[in-house]
Design a protein around this ligand. Sequence first.
Ligand code: GN1
Ligand code: MG
Length: 380
Amino acid sequence: MPVKYLDKAAAAFQFAAAPVHLKPLSAGHINYTYLVDCGAGNPQYILQRVNTEIFQKPFELMSNIKGISRHIARKAAQSGGDPGRMARTVIETKSGEDYYIDPNGGYWRSFLEIDNVVSIDFPDGPELFYKSAVAFGRFFKQLSDYPVEMLYVTIPDFHNTLSRMQEFKQALAQDKMGRAAQLQPEIDFILSAQPDCSYITDRIADGRIPLHVTHNDAKLSNILMDKNTGAGVCIIDLDTVMPGSVLYDFGEAIRFGASAAREDETDLDKVQIDLGMFETYVRGYLEEVWDVITQEELLGFPMGAYLMTLETGMRFLGDYLNGDTYYQIHYPGQNLDRARNQLKLAADMKEKIDQMAEIVQRIYYSVKKGQDPCESKGVI
Ligand code: GN1
Ligand code: MG
C-alpha cells in the first residue's frame, strides 16, 4: 500500500517535469523511499518520507547533509571529478523548502537520482568489496578537514555501545511481549560481552581516539557504484552523518560486507567473518586513510568491527523484545533472525580478533611502504 500523501508529496518538489511513475524502493529499515520517474529525457529523483520518530530534528539533519555534500562536491571538482555525480544534490520544494510537510505532519524530501549506478547488497567478490573500501576511505578523507563542530548530532549516542547495552537491558527487564524466556543463549552472550562495550567510548572520552565526520551506517549498500566500472561514485544515506570515530565506519563496513553471508541469512552455519574479505577491505580503506588516522585508531579496527556487529545484534534483539517498534519488518520474527545472524558473526569475530589485528598491522605497513614518499625512497 502506498504511503499516505505520496502523490501530494511528489507534486510538491521542483522536478524537471511532473512525475509519471513512483516506484517504491525496498532498501532501508527506517525511511520510506520512492524512485520518481518524470518521463523520458528527464532526470529521475529520490523521494523519501523521513521517519521523524527516529530522526527527531529533520531540519538539523538536512543542514548536515547539505553542508557535507557541498564540501564533497568542492573536493570532487578540485580533483577533476563530476560534482553532480559524486555528491548528493538536494531538490527543494516549489516554495524553496528542504521538506514538504504533508497534512499528517509527514516530512518528505528529495534528491537528484544519479544515473548509471547500482547499489549492491552483497559483494560478489573481493574486487567489488575493495572498490567499496576505497569509496568509504575517500569519503572519510574528503571530510577529514570538515569542521566536526558544524555538524548536528542527529541521533545522540548512536554508536555508544555502552548505552546500547543499557537500552538492551531495559528492553530485557521490561520484556513487554513475554519473549525473553525463549532467548537465553542470545541474552547470555550479550550480557557476557558487557565489559567489551566501553572500548571505544573510553578512548573517545580520554582523547586517545579523536572525533571525525563519520557516516555511521557505512555499509556496502550505501554506495552508488558505477554500473560499468564498479567504482564508487557517491555515498548515500547521509542521515546519520555526525561526529564519530573511524572505528564506527570501518566496523559497519566489515559487519555488513565481510561476513560470509548476508545480514538476513537465517542459516547460521553460513555466518562467519571471511578473513580474506576483511583483508581486502583493510587494504582498500587504508590506501585512502592511512595518513589521516592515528596508531590508536588503527589498533582499534578489529574491536570496531566486533563492537559494531555486537551492537547491531543487541539493537535487533532489543527491538524484538520491545515488539518490533524500530526497524521495519517484513515477517514476524525477522528482528530475531537478524539478531541471531549478527550475534553469531560477533562471536566469530571475537574469536578471530588476533587474526584480524595481525592483518591490520601487516596491511598498514605494506600500504605505508607503498605510499609514503619517504619510505618508498628508503629514507625511513
Ligand atoms: C538501519 O535503514 P538502514 O538500513 O539504512 C539503521 C542502522 C543499522 C541498519 C541495520 C538510523 O539502517 O544503524 O545498522 O539498519 N539505521 C538507523 O541494517 O537506525
Ligand atoms: Mg541508514
